[in-house]
Design a protein around this ligand. Sequence first.
Ligand code: NAP
Length: 343
Amino acid sequence: MDFLNRQWLLKERPPGALTEEHFQLVETPLSGSDLSSGQFLVKTLILGFDPAMRGWVKDRRSYLPPVKLGDPMRGSGVGQVIESNHPEFAVGSLVQGLTNWQEYLVADQSAGLSPVPNGVTPELALGVLGTTGLTAYFGLLDIGEPLAGDVVLISGAAGATGSVAAQIAKIKGCRVVGIAGGKEKCDWLVSECGTDVAIDYKGESLNDALSKYCPDGINVFFDNVGGDTLETAISHMAENGRIVMCGGISGYNDPDPKPGPNNLMTLIIRRIKMQGFIVLDYLDQAPNAIAELSDWLESGDIVSRVDMQRGFENVPSTLERLFDGQNLGKQLLTVAEAELPIP
Ligand SMILES: NC(=O)c1ccc[n+]([C@@H]2O[C@H](COP(=O)([O-])OP(=O)(O)OC[C@H]3O[C@@H](n4cnc5c(N)ncnc54)[C@H](OP(=O)(O)O)[C@@H]3O)[C@@H](O)[C@H]2O)c1
């Protein structure tokens, strides 16, 4: 079969916000009959979006090499195998991994795609049961080490990672305070995620709210935002508190990094641990974590929420939604519907 493959290629590395103008939409012919032994053709169904993608286009040393100019933008997704010369990837089966911003992908073993387990939807594979859920799980439990009764503060709490971390903290018997932008997100955190308190940082002073809701201090801070939020939270940490450095989205679009928190001495005075982590380092422990996350989904202790956009032409603008705070839950985009029965 012959296809026209649309791809979004990285055109330039902007100093500030990453927007549609920094990508080029191209259309190239692709022939399925050209597959060599060990190759399979994947049709992208759903793409997932993560603020870290902003960092992947920066020309600097990181945990992954920068996306090259002229290459399809790196991104996770779920696709369906529509032709195959590989015995382990049957036609019709669903695969997950770095499908990148393209409608079709000729893959082999080296692409690192893995089967979506039976019974797992693409939404869950890219969300609670994918790297998003694992980030929340290992960041909170391994770095944050929450104890029952602890006060756990979570920034970006209505986002993909934050909302899962908030719910795991509740499962562990903690008092959970979420920070999110806007009433709708805060209402959802309290009514659906079981968060004890949700602070709308766009509508009230975070400092005042933390004085009010965390009068005895914060034991664990799971930070997705960085910047002023981190600085304010540090001032409210309890003795022997733990700060989980998950992300710092407030600074990802800054051409030059802003000076860091001005109150780091507080870490010494109050014996606070602050530690970063990368979820990829935990992949060997993922099966047990996924089993536990699956149980929590089944029991209703964790609810999954996705924000689904549609249309390949809207891929770059969907990434922008994360930086405008438009998404509630995991940001996804449907590229195409599955066209073959799933075996
Ligand atoms: N360490 C790791 O291995 C790892 C792995 C995955 C993700 N992460 C990090 O985890 C964080 C969350 O990622 P996610 O995929 O779950 O995204 P997300 O939270 O679903 O989406 C991003 C959210 O960040 C908030 N935000 C955007 N700009 C902001 C600003 N200037 N100040 C404050 N909040 C802002 C917005 O929520 P509001 O409307 O509430 O502002 C937005 O909805 C990111 O920092 C990401 O880089 C780390």
